[in-house]
Design a protein around this ligand. Structure first.
Ligand code: FE2
Length: 245
């Protein structure tokens, strides 16, 4: 069984297209999106359409929650300078788009062919806003998976790929399709972006379990063209991320 995990697309349809093109060549059985589909990027509607067409199992991210309830954006840890982009994103969406986002799941369990349980979420098994990083302490990790029977965990939210074994458990992060961060976010330390999209494939077959952290170089100029053509309030942020070289 081969599962592709994509996360944190953030309206960057150019990056998603490149990732889906790669996924199409990977003999995948299932596509799971770990949340943060819309907000920040210029093409939220196209992202939702692609996920729907491919029957992706989609998990609710904190940005998805915030686009449904912008008045509670702070509860979902959306910093105030991102609110204009969030509201712009809302304006692009149809009733059908909102209904689709409402259908996103809080988490999803997959039983792999050998009986191993994998649990997929956005931030952590407990919350869309928890960050699980390679530096997260053992004590905090233990609290986050307490009471769960899964032994393989995979999430997004940090925008940083991770393969971390913890005792007999495995914590994975598929990284971000639309906003791959150079370094982990921390307050007062604004993120800067890498020039590629990230996703992961988890495969369990016969006697092996394998995780494949993939990096896809996408057309930055095409993305910037789409940003330019949109009326996105935060357009300048995208141009600062990718200065011409
Ligand atoms: Fe995100």
């Amino acid at each position: 069984m081969r599962i592709a995990f994509i996360s944190d697309i953030h309206g960057n349809f150019t990056a998603l297209e490149a990732v889906l093109k790669d996924i199409d060549q990977q003999n995948i059985d299932q596509l799971i999106c770990l949340g943060d589909t819309v907000s920040l990027g210029p093409q939220p509607v196209e992202v939702l359409k692609a996920l729907r067409e491919r029957n992706a199992i989609t998990i609710m991210g904190n940005h998805d929650q915030a686009i449904l309830e912008p008045e509670k954006a702070q509860n979902f840890e959306i910093t105030s300078h991102l609110i204009p982009d969030l509201l712009w994103g809302r304006k692009q969406l149809s009733d059908e788009n909102f209904e689709y986002i409402h259908s996103f799941k809080p988490g999803h369990t997959v039983t792999l062919p050998n009986g191993t349980e994998l649990f997929a979420y956005h931030g952590s098994p407990k919350s869309t806003t928890d960050l699980i990083l390679p530096t997260t302490s053992t004590e905090v990790l233990q609290e986050l998976y307490a009471g769960l029977t899964a032994t393989v965990f995979i999430g997004g939210h940090t925008h940083i790929q991770m393969h971390r074994r913890h005792g007999d458990l495995l914590f994975l992060n598929s990284g971000s399709v639309g906003n791959a961060f150079k370094f982990a976010y921390s307050p007062g330390n604004p993120p800067s972006l890498l020039r590629w999209a990230e996703y992961a494939i988890v495969e369990q077959d016969g006697i092996f379990l394998r995780s494949d952290m993939r990096r896809i170089y996408f057309d930055i100029e095409a993305l910037l063209e789409r940003v330019r053509a949109s009326s996105l309030p935060g357009a300048d942020w995208w141009f600062r991320q990718y200065p011409s070289r």
